[in-house]
Design a protein around this ligand. Structure first.
Ligand SMILES: [Zn+2]
Length: 241
């Protein structure tokens, strides 16, 4: 199994996979990373086989999901792509009782049976949360780390409590997925800019001109700031060589 190019075991830092959704947000990620000399992961060509998709195609019991994942991984073997799987169930923000924490032994079995290149784990992290209020089970993460070798990934990076980031990176988390906080900052900034604008609209200047009046630029800068904070928190600043 080939180790993902961004994975440096014991490096003491993690990367962010920042979910850019358009040109402005993609520029925001690049322009946050460049001055900090930080490596980042941008998700071009990523494809997600998530629960709703699996349910729709009747791929339900865990054994079916395991063989579907193993087949997917095998089919990627000739391509410059990696397969990441998520184990356990991360709740979505606002859900109370859908969390299933990843089991270390099951995680090790899953990785060896499927050959996935990296594993996202459910250790109390929450999808789509931007408030930093999830409670993280560090001992579980340690047990998972000692049970298997592949890079560990955290989804729900937006709301992941900042004071636990260093600890999980030390244990062995190599990648955080971050999206919601970028969209939140973009939305809030854009809305506040538009609310302050006059009734007379200069469409050419306001939309996509890249001039000061472009209403998308403040949102982009807010995203850039959010990304910069995260990659500094992950210890990725200054790591690009
Ligand atoms: Zn996820």
């Amino acid at each position: 199994m080939e180790v993902p190019f961004w994975f440096v075991k014991g490096a003491g830092y993690a990367l962010g996979y920042f979910e850019a959704w358009d040109v402005y947000s993609m520029e925001a990620v690049a322009e946050a990373a460049e001055p900090e000399q930080a490596p980042v992961v941008l998700g071009f060509g990523g494809m997600m086989m998530e629960s709703a998709w699996l349910d729709r195609y009747g791929i339900d019991p865990p054994s079916c999901r395991m063989s579907a994942t193993a087949t997917l991984r095998r089919n990627l073997s000739d391509m410059p792509m990696i397969a990441e799987a998520e184990l356990g169930r991360l709740p979505y923000y606002g859900e109370d009782d859908s969390c299933v924490l990843a089991d270390p032994e099951q995680a090790a079995d899953f990785v060896s049976a499927t050959g996935v290149d990296c594993l996202a784990v459910s250790i109390g992290n929450v999808h789509l949360c931007t408030d930093g209020e999830s409670t993280v089970d560090l001992n579980r993460l340690r047990a998972i780390r000692s049970a298997l070798d592949v890079p560990l990934v955290i989804h729900g990076g937006s709301g992941f409590p900042t004071d636990v980031v260093r600890a999980v990176v030390e244990v062995g988390v190599s990648l955080f997925h971050v999206g919601s906080i970028m969209k939140r900052r973009f939305f809030e900034e854009t809305r506040s800019v538009l609310l302050k604008r006059s009734e007379t609209v200069d469409y050419q200047a306001w939309v996509g001109s890249r001039k000061d009046e472009d209403f998308l630029l403040p949102g982009k800068h807010a995203v850039q700031d959010a990304v910069r904070r995260k990659l500094c928190l992950y210890g990725a600043a200054g790591r690009h060589t």
